[in-house]
Design a protein around this ligand. Sequence first.
Ligand SMILES: O=C(O)CCC(=O)C(=O)O
Ligand SMILES: [Fe+2]
Length: 208
Amino acid sequence: MDTLFPRERAVVAPGAVHVPGWLPAARQRELVAACREWGRGPVPYRHIVLPGGGVMSVQSLGLGRRWVPYRYVDDVAVELPDWLAALGREAVAEAYGEDGGYAPDTAFVNYYDAGAGAKMGMHQDKDERSGAPVVSLSLGDRCVFRFGNTETRGKPYTDVELASGDLFVFGLASRFAYHGVPKVMPHTAPPSLGLSGRLNITLRETGL
Ligand SMILES: O=C(O)CCC(=O)C(=O)O
Ligand SMILES: [Fe+2]
């Protein structure tokens, strides 16, 4: 990534850790290939329709235990691969120094079409019955990831730039913090990745 200054690991809030460039380029390419493959599977990427009638600008696909707004249902359309759960465990160990037995059973793959202005509003990930951390991996275009507090969707929050290969883990006191993606910067993906837009893979333990 071509920034002027090296980007450094940061604890954005207690339990919320940003590790820039965690995924090597080859691993990023493998993950992009896997995301493409999942899209060819039984369930395509789609814009989720919320109960109020709103349509999300992000296109998503679920692996492992399936989520429909706003709950997990007891069925699996596409398995969560063991290698991805293992990567999640490594991610937690990287962020916290130990993996705490992390065993994610669900993942969301989100595609942000940067040209179409895809973004995600401030929300909490709170349909899980587990306090285990959320692991987020970024691929492709850079974005502004807004990481807030557990009380309100508003301030105080911190804006973090997430780039391809970055890891963000939020757990402990930040597990139920509001967060969102107000902006994706088009044409900022590493050219060698062959991806236009941004992919985000988010792993969670449902505790169900
Ligand atoms: O795209 C991101 O970085 C965040 C995604 C997210 O918050 C979610 O899927 O719940
Ligand atoms: Fe989220």
